[in-house]
Design a protein around this ligand. Structure first.
Ligand code: 3PG
Length: 212
């Protein structure tokens, strides 16, 4: 196993659920990340879908003790570089392109690339990837689909994301090829808008307690 895969696995194995966040303002990101860390979710994915995302990654990386800040929805090399510059310790992409593979090869920060079919997984294996994001998990076929990949594609590990909640997370976590799941359910918009950090810590603690 490569050093980068090791690094990625050590981050993903910190907890059963990686929160996937859409952040509108960087100051809120710090409070939200503190609430998630207090509940036991240390690795946090901040998606580059809002103008505040890079500033939020920087703020969480600098100011939140115990947080491992990562960047999600990275679609190209420029975003990859910017996310690293902001302090991301891991990078997540919904799919895979040659551009992303190439830029990832130039950096020590690990990439969790997206795959949703056997062919995509095989392509990533050829590039040396052993750990991938299975996206969009529920819509692509769910836990049954991922289970079906486990025997022919033994050795590949996944972080399924997309449509996962407390109700179905265990279906994935019990699979031999799942390291952790990702999801936005631990940081609902309403609770963030109200600044209900205790409520978010409670959701995080429930998620952190999930076991296979
Ligand atoms: C995403 O990138 O949108 C993640 O997969 C989060 O999906 P969710 O909101 O369904 O948890």
């Amino acid at each position: 196993m490569s050093v980068k895969t090791d690094k990625l696995l050590s981050i993903l194995k910190l907890q059963p659920v990686v929160p996937v966040l859409m952040i509108d303002d960087a100051a809120t990101a710090v409070l939200l990340a503190r609430a998630l860390v207090a509940g036991g979710l240390n690795a946090i994915e901040i998606t580059l879908r809002t103008p505040a995302a890079l500033e939020a990654i920087r703020a969480v990386a600098d100011e939140v003790e115990g947080a491992v800040a990562g960047a999600g929805t990275i679609l190209n090399a420029a975003q990859f570089e910017a996310a690293i510059e902001a302090g991301s310790q891991f990078i997540v992409s919904p799919g895979t392109t040659q551009e992303l593979i190439d830029v990832a090869n130039e950096h020590e920060v690990p990439l969790l690339p997206g795959a949703a079919t056997a062919s995509e997984v095989m392509g990533l294996r050829e590039e040396g990837y052993e750990v991938m994001k299975f996206f969009p998990a529920e819509q692509a076929g769910g836990a049954a689909y991922l289970k079906a990949l486990s025997s022919p594609l033994a050795g590949s590990l996944f972080c399924p994301t997309g449509g996962i909640s407390l109700a179905n997370a265990r279906d994935y976590l019990s699979l031999p090829n799942v390291v952790c799941v990702g999801g936005s359910w631990v940081a609902p918009k309403e609770l963030v808008a109200k600044g209900d950090w205790a409520g978010i810590t409670k959701l995080a603690a429930e998620a952190a307690a999930l076991k296979a």
